[in-house]
Design a protein around this ligand. Structure first.
Ligand code: SIN
Length: 355
């Protein structure tokens, strides 16, 4: 090449390079796993907000309904189940956990969003919080209004969920729920209203932060261990031990507890009154359960607060476990997983104070 042209070319290339706009940061890769629920539901008309049919839209239809997703992430979807979440079960949980763990082990997946019905959202979220083996974000979203309703909340929840799942700030925060512009931890959140869009609350302990202006804003974190820091691994499991919940009320008797144990329950959560108080007629049932090796956990139907160990019962003497601040439906999940590892009540109590 001519000696004069070479430096000239180099100068031109440099000048063009300087004039080019800065490269946009690559979009995060987020996989949406769909399981059904109202977020995939359709009603007869735009004002139908009850009496609609849940779990109708497929994952690709849900993604197509929110084209804004393409601006915030490289998104693809998979249909894991198609149920209203009152019909959620252990088999779907295991399938979901296996798939989440497979996907998060891939270098080309930065985060996962799971669409789900709101009714048992907190249970699936807590199950995954205990068994996902990755620090990458897993975000669960639902809606209270079907996709066909005026002001449907599904699209904005899905949009916020995808941003959250793709954000660096969400790494290591455990499984989260993004609903109504709020971010909650799987452990502490609970559905509190049958139908309003602000139904997900964190009694006492508060939510983690907000979704605002296309960003996650975090203010707190749970101190309890989750995801990659737990001792639970369900990758090789295709079933979970049976654990049932017995509701507490004035004039209750032991019929339900005895029936659950006869049906094969290896653990029973007593959703008792107050501070997990034991009705006089139930202590013999607890003792019989323990005699048969069935784990009894004292929990509370109250909805917030600690169930105190050795408070309303002598747990050390009776060999019982308390649920700490877990509500009965979450205590059931932790006990199922605990029973995959041990039947020692002291060990199980340690787990209730750890997760
Ligand atoms: C369901 O849980 O699948 C129905 C209710 C809802 O999603 O809000």
């Amino acid at each position: 090449m001519n000696k004069m042209i070479k430096p000239l070319l180099a100068t031109c290339v440099l000048a063009v390079g300087l004039a080019l706009p800065a490269q946009a940061a690559p979009l995060p890769h987020v996989v949406i796993l769909a399981t059904g629920g109202t977020i995939a539901g359709t009603g007869a008309n735009t004002t139908t907000t009850v009496g609609y049919t849940a779990a109708k839209l497929g994952v690709d239809q849900m993604i197509a309904a929110v084209p804004e997703l393409q601006k915030v992430a490289e998104v693809r979807g998979e249909q894991v189940a198609q149920v209203a979440s009152e019909s959620m079960n252990n088999a779907v949980w295991l399938k979901l956990a296996h798939r989440v763990n497979q996907l998060l082990a891939q270098k080309d997946v930065d985060g996962i969003v799971i669409t789900h019905g709101s009714d048992t959202l907190e249970e699936t979220a807590y199950f995954l919080d205990l068994v996902v083996k990755s620090k990458k974000p897993v975000v669960m979203v639902a809606s209270m209004r079907p996709s066909t309703a005026i002001s449907a909340d599904g699209p904005i929840n899905l949009y916020n969920g995808v941003i959250l799942a793709g954000s660096k700030e969400a790494i290591g925060k455990g499984v989260m729920i993004a609903m109504n512009d709020q971010i909650s931890s799987a452990r502490d959140v609970s559905k509190s209203n049958t139908s309003t869009v602000d139904t997900f609350r964190n009694p006492d302990l508060g939510f983690l932060g907000y979704m605002q202006d296309n960003k996650a804003h975090f203010y707190r974190m749970s101190t309890r261990k989750n995801t990659a820091d737990t001792e639970f691994n369900v990758d090789a499991l295709d079933a979970l031990p049976r654990v049932d919940i017995v509701y507490g009320y004035a004039n209750m008797d032991r019929v339900a507890m005895d029936a659950d144990i006869a049906a094969g329950a290896q653990g029973v959560i007593q959703a008792s009154v107050g501070d997990g108080s034991v009705p006089a007629q139930m202590m013999p049932a607890y003792r019989d359960a323990r005699h048969r090796g069935v784990i009894v956990v004292r929990s509370s139907r109250v909805g917030s607060g600690i169930v105190a160990r050795n408070g309303e019962a002598n747990d050390d003497k009776e060999d019982l476990v308390v649920s700490d601040t877990l509500n009965p439906q979450k205590a059931r999940i932790l006990l199922m997983l605990a029973l995959t590892r041990t039947r020692d009540t002291r060990e199980i109590q340690r787990m209730f104070y750890t997760y």
